[in-house]
Design a protein around this ligand. Structure first.
Ligand code: GLU
Length: 278
């Protein structure tokens, strides 16, 4: 009898826990808007976990990179302290869905502003302008630009603009897509493919992390305007994020953030872009 009651209680507790988990989701996924979360003093922000210099989850569980600095500056302007930010991994192919489902309040993850993505999400920014490039092993001599990719095995990431560009404009390439760039990098190191492709600034981060192993080749061959992804139609949030970005550039924080992250590996600090209020 007593066991039965305990058992019933146990099942009830589990059911309740499951119901609560479904309602609250796993990162702010309730019915509240991003600005309401900020008013409550908390934000869930999507970033990359495996891109050194940009968005990186360190071995000690801390996070670092230019995207983290940008995300924290914006959060600060919305009244949220860094310690009240929940960081959520936002792989390239999942970003629109994470925003649409309210699993993140906004995304700062080397996320290019494109018309296709604008059908599902809105963007503040740009806060950085990158360009697609190629990473090869240091001893490679036959790949020096995208025109050398014919018949070559090239790795990129599902749902990314560089993968779409190769598919569309360099169809003779043997494109292999993974979920993350770190998987591409390990395959490149092991000789499974001849090159990997994504934005120059991301590739430079990988090259500087493994001195002597890789090199970035050729000139950038696309323009990637990095935006902050927000829920489609949340104009108030978009305006506030754009205000924050303009302040970050004007008060010198943007330069400082770049120098203390990507700039540490010798990457030249560019001119910050102008925010576009489309
Ligand atoms: N900026 C490109 C994109 O948004 C490539 C980098 C990435 O996959 O995050 O798809």
């Amino acid at each position: 009898m007593r066991i039965n009651r305990a058992l019933r209680f146990g099942i009830g507790a589990i059911a309740l826990a499951l119901a609560t988990a479904t309602v609250t989701g796993c990162g702010g996924g309730d019915d509240k808007s991003a600005l309401e979360h900020a008013e409550d003093g908390q934000l869930t922000i999507g970033i990359k976990f495996d891109q050194p210099g940009l968005g990186l989850r360190n071995k000690d569980g801390s996070y670092s990179g230019f995207d983290i600095e940008v995300a924290e500056y914006i959060a600060g302007k919305l009244g949220v302290e860094p310690e009240n930010i929940t960081w959520k991994e936002a792989p390239s192919g999942q970003r629109e869905t994470l925003i649409e489902n309210g699993q993140v309040d906004y995304i700062v993850a080397t996320y290019s502003i494109t018309d296709k993505r604008k059908e599902r999400v809105d963007f503040a920014g740009p806060y950085y302008v990158a360009g697609q490039s190629l990473l090869v092993r240091a001893d490679n001599t036959d790949i020096n630009g995208p025109d050398d990719l014919k018949g070559k095995k090239v790795c990129s990431v599902k749902g990314s603009t560089p993968a779409q560009n190769i598919e569309k404009n360099f169809p003779d390439t043997q494109l292999q897509t993974n979920d993350t760039y770190s998987l591409c990098l390990e395959g490149l190191r092991a000789g499974s493919w001849d090159a990997m492709t994504t934005d120059d600034i991301i590739l430079a981060g990988y090259a500087s992390q493994s001195p002597g192993a890789f090199k970035v080749v050729g000139e950038p061959f696309t323009t990637e305007n990095y935006g902050i992804g927000v829920k489609k139609g949340d104009q108030e949030l978009r305006d506030k994020v754009n205000d924050a970005l303009e302040e970050m550039i004007a008060d010198g924080s943007w330069n400082k953030a770049f120098e203390s992250t990507v700039g540490l590996s010798g990457y030249q600090s560019p001119q910050p872009p102008t925010v576009d209020r489309y």
